[in-house]
Design a binder for this molecule. Structure first.
Ligand code: COA
Length: 689
């Protein structure tokens, strides 16, 4: 046990230092060692107070997520905190790094807290489909007041040390050396007699009628977008019990909710995604040392280019945004300014910070300006010849150690790279729109991309706060390749008898934030139309809409119509007539489709494509596909992603339905992929691969 907890003594102060890399999670061994050490602190007459601190890069960043869902092994974290409550001597927590989840609960169980200024404190449990389960929902409201506690627990977003100090969550900020400051604090409080426990402090809880109404309004606003997720509502329920129940009953209530959630399907799926996200950027050859990146050039100031520029500026990097002419550049810079003005208006950034970030982006005309950048992201229009020419020119202009990324959604990265004299420096970084908001980046590994070029792209994506997923080179990579199957299936479902709003309703009921036709209207229908024409493909309904000038929201009409200035889709009799006419021409007798049938017909072909992607090794792991769909395409996280979902349904049933679909529509492409057939026959899952 000595390995995970180092115990030292300085004068009359005991120092309990948790040492459990990488993030000092509260594994069983740590909890057991803490209880034992606290016992001996209490017993030892030579000790007046204790400190809990950590070795390494952070104070405890949470309970050990790997232990969730397994049989619980005492002492639990709540036992450690009960021990703290029973102490006769004060215990001070020294916080730094990311004090999260169980780490913050441990800190709240201590009698005093001091934090280094860069500390982030929060309860991210909601993102794992959980609530804090060791008193966090009862102690935080006592420390900071109910509304602040509610916001922190329901959003899962951490706050900085300064805000924590202002709210009373920490007693002191350590401006200088944290260790010295915490010893000094421990020495001071040791003289004050019996330790002060948060469980006894109800001063901030007294909520009169007005405050109660505000609490309820905040709860409602915070859960408005919870869409099928149980945990945000459970967080509200638990925090409310801090107001309604005596402390111990509140704890009981919290524990009951936690136990139910941790055993449930939603949290299981969300914990799976947590580890899947961390795995998606790992693999053979991906652990090379990243090249340093400080200066970034983005080529192209259109929707993707300026969004990517904002993502970099948000992460504190200096960005040169490059266009071919002054007018286009100005439009891009105006779009950047509008993004920051919006963020300031919504209160997400102070006006000063918004301005700081905006001015990190310098707009210039001419590729030559990219010459001194460490990383270039080419984000010009999705056209092979254009991208090839831009990359080839960049390769001649820039330093030999610079990394060149192409932001393409479909194109062949190897073919683009081979047109330059530096294919090893090139890879794909496929951002999703809006690029400053969406978390996913598909990192496309070219046949010749150097390992440290890949490592650089992964590191920079993480620095932007994004989720990088490494994929192989192949038309549409992973996400768009599967999306294409869904779009084709959606068109077929319309022909069979459904209407756009019925399809969208079924997919929203499944948990997608928007249905596929509302998304298509948002993205614009003309891009797909152009691509189909170039490839000699047809989609009778989508083509007919474009021929009628219905390009989606940008033209005020697409699958739906939009009142001027509105983004709310409205059913349109004209569209429904086009759909019915398309069925008639195809000789199809229209019939009603249930929501379940719509969902299966849209999702199963996509899962089938996922099987082909795994067979071809475009995705290295089944879980990478799930990470991509959850972070880039609105797949509900509590359903774990398409491959996780397929495994849960059972592959034999999906195989049989695909065969039936293929036969009914006489469409060979819907026949189950060999990998899917094999796994189904063997009674296995994708994740067993
Ligand atoms: N339990 C178990 N393992 C954890 C963990 C936890 N609470 N938190 C992080 N880890 C592991 C990660 O899986 C990763 O392992 P790997 O290197 O084998 O992939 C490693 O610690 C580093 O985490 P990573 O997220 O890659 O590092 P980071 O520096 O980007 O972020 C944190 C660090 C702590 C901010 C982030 O890991 C995090 O948010 N953790 C979850 C915190 C949480 O939800 N706590 C509440 C649980 S009660």
């Amino acid at each position: 046990m000595g390995q995970v907890l180092n115990v030292r003594q300085q004068g009359a102060i005991a120092i309990l230092e948790i040492d459990n890399p990488p993030v000092n999670a509260l594994s069983h061994a740590v909890r057991a060692a803490l209880v034992e050490a606290l016992d001996s602190v209490d017993r030892d007459p030579a000790i007046d107070a204790a400190i809990i601190t950590c070795a390494g890069r952070t104070f405890v960043a949470g309970s050990d997520i790997r232990e969730f869902g397994k049989p619980r092994q005492p002492p639990l974290l709540s036992d450690v905190i009960d021990r703290l409550d029973a102490m006769s001597k004060p215990v001070v927590a020294a916080l730094f790094g990311t004090t999260l989840g169980g780490g913050l609960e441990l800190a709240l169980g201590c009698h005093h807290r001091i934090a280094a200024p860069a500390t982030r404190l929060g309860f991210p449990e909601v993102k794992l489909g959980l609530i804090p389960g060791a008193g966090g929902t009862q102690r935080l409201p006592r420390a900071v007041g109910p509304e602040t506690a509610l916001t922190m627990i329901v959003t899962g977003e951490p706050i900085m040390a300064e805000a924590a100090f202002a709210h009373g969550l920490v007693d002191e900020l350590a401006d200088g050396d944290l260790q010295e400051a915490v010893i000094a604090l421990a020495q001071r409080v040791a003289k004050r007699g019996a330790p002060r426990r948060l469980r006894d402090d109800a001063a901030k809880l007294a909520a009169n009628g007005d405050e109660r109404a505000r609490f309820d309004a905040t709860a409602q606003a915070l859960t408005k977008r919870a869409r099928g997720l149980k945990a945000p509502h459970a967080c509200v329920d638990a925090v409310r019990s801090a107001l309604d129940l005596p402390f111990d009953e509140g704890l009981e209530h919290e524990r009951a909710i936690f136990r139910e959630l941790v055993a449930g399907d939603q949290s299981k799926a969300q914990r799976y995604i947590f580890f899947a996200e961390r795995a998606a950027a790992k693999g053979p050859g991906l652990d090379a040392k990243p090249r340093p990146v400080e200066r970034v050039a983005i080529i192209g100031a259109g929707t993707m280019g300026h969004g990517i520029a904002v993502a970099f500026a948000d992460a504190g990097l200096a960005v040169t945004l490059i266009e071919t002419d002054e007018d286009t550049l100005q439009r891009g810079l105006e779009a950047v300014a509008a993004i920051y003005a919006g963020a300031a208006k919504r209160g997400q950034l102070t006006p000063g910070e918004a301005e700081n970030r905006r001015t990190r982006i310098r707009g210039v005309v001419g590729l030559r300006e990219a010459a001194d950048a460490d990383l270039m992201v080419e984000a010009v229009f999705e056209d092979f010849d254009l991208k090839r020419d831009v990359l080839a020119e960049l390769a001649t202009l820039t330093r030999p150690d610079a990394v060149l990324a192409t932001n393409t959604s479909y194109l062949d990265v190897d073919a683009l790279a081979s047109a330059t004299d530096r294919p090893a420096a090139i890879l794909g970084m496929h951002f999703f729109s809006p690029a400053n908001v969406m978390r996913l980046v598909e990192i496309v590994r070219g046949a010749k991309s150097a390992p440290d070029v890949l490592a650089t792209a992964i590191a920079i994506a993480r620095r932007l706060g994004k989720v990088p997923a490494v994929v192989g080179n192949g038309h549409g990579f992973v996400g768009n390749r599967m999306l294409r199957q869904r779009s084709a299936a959606a068109e077929q479902v319309l022909l069979a008898g459904a209407l756009p709003h019925e399809v969208d309703a079924a997919m929203e009921a499944f948990g997608f934030p928007m249905g596929p036709f509302a998304v298509a209207d948002l993205a614009g229908l003309d891009i797909g139309w152009r691509m189909r024409k170039a490839q000699g493909l047809k989609a009778p309904i989508a083509d007919a809409l474009c021929e009628a000038g219905r390009f989606g929201q940008k033209s005020g009409k697409g699958y739906y119509s939009y009142a001027s200035g509105s983004r709310t889709p409205e059913r349109d009799a004209g569209v429904e007539a086009i759909v019915v006419e398309a069925s008639r021409r195809a000789g199809i007798t229209r019939r009603a489709l249930s929501g379940d049938e719509i969902v299966e017909r849209l999702l199963f072909p996509m899962i089938n494509e996922g099987a082909r992607i795994l067979e071809e090794r475009i995705a290295a792991r089944a879980s990478d596909i799930d990470v991509i769909w959850v972070n880039g395409y609105g797949w509900p996280v509590w359903r774990g992603g398409p491959i996780y979902y397929a495994d849960a349904i059972g592959l034999a049933s999906i195989r049989d339905k695909l065969v039936a679909m293929a036969e009914a529509s006489d469409d060979e492409s819907l026949m189950p992929a060999p990998l899917l057939v094999r796994l189904a026959e063997e009674g296995r899952t994708f994740h067993s691969l």
